[in-house]
Design a protein around this ligand. Structure first.
Ligand SMILES: *Cc1c(COP(=O)(O)O)cnc(C)c1O
Length: 231
């Protein structure tokens, strides 16, 4: 086994341990392998190991990789970065999920550009959970209202909420952020939206996120290694 495969299986085991420790259902947490800055060949290698959910941040980079990997028919592509207006069509025409909806305008474009022959795009509302100035996402108290508007769009299906927790927060602060997300999902459900997804937890905080109810953890560096943005 090479490093990539080994890392991958270690991450799978770590998630499984966290799921068990939290007394949750074995298949209740999905691993989204985040391949930004890494080549299509790495994704292909994980696909061969059985991984199907892949996350990408940069639309252009993703689109090139998706073309290279067109023969991997079962790949599920999760867009986890910002979608600029001039990129919505690419996303609408070939992604399966967008985790980062924080403006109604973007959602409207995605819905109108989603081909009728495709199933609805699965979307999450991104929440700026720690109100950080440099982060995307709606403030927590606006998440339910935006979700209800997005839910009216015909070719999008609101699945839940996503956040990137504060990078240097201690465990207590992180736990509060994740618990707030869990509460917001309950609020969303109470508002009549059949949402079931909490996309939260990255390499550094996946176990805590699982403990707090994450259904999708987005893991990059723990699988692929350290990113080099210079290349
Ligand atoms: C890069 C990225 C990840 C993965 O981060 P790691 O710390 O490498 O696991 C997850 N979510 C988002 C939104 C990202 O941009």
């Amino acid at each position: 086994m090479n490093n990539l495969q080994q890392n991958y299986h270690e991450v799978c085991a770590k998630i499984a341990d966290a799921v068990q420790a939290a007394a949750r259902e074995p298949r209740s947490v999905h691993l989204v392998a985040v391949g930004k800055t890494f080549p299509a060949a790495d994704i292909r290698a994980l696909y061969a190991e059985g991984q199907r959910d892949f996350g990408e941040n940069y639309i252009q980079e993703w689109s090139a990789k998706a073309k290279e990997l067109a023969d991997c028919r079962e790949i599920v592509w999760h867009i986890i970065g910002q979608v600029q207006s001039n990129k919505t069509r690419l996303v609408a025409e070939s992604a399966h999920w967008v985790h980062t909806i924080d403006r109604l305008k973007t959602a409207q474009r995605l819905s109108s550009q989603r081909p009728d022959t495709m199933p609805p795009l699965q979307v999450c509302i991104e929440v700026n959970i720690a109100a950080e100035a440099n982060k995307h996402g709606v403030p927590p108290d606006e998440a339910v209202a935006l979700a209800c508007e997005v839910a009216k769009l015909p070719k999008l299906q609101v699945r839940g909420l996503m956040c990137v927790a504060e990078a240097d927060a201690g465990e207590d602060a992180l736990r509060r952020q994740f618990e707030t997300m869990r509460q917001l999902l309950a609020d969303l459900q109470a508002a009549g939206i059949a949402a079931d997804v909490l996309s939260m937890g990255m390499s550094a905080d996946m176990a805590l996120a699982v403990e707090c109810g994450a259904t999708h953890v987005r893991i990059g560096s723990a699988i692929f290694g350290k990113r080099d943005y210079a290349v």
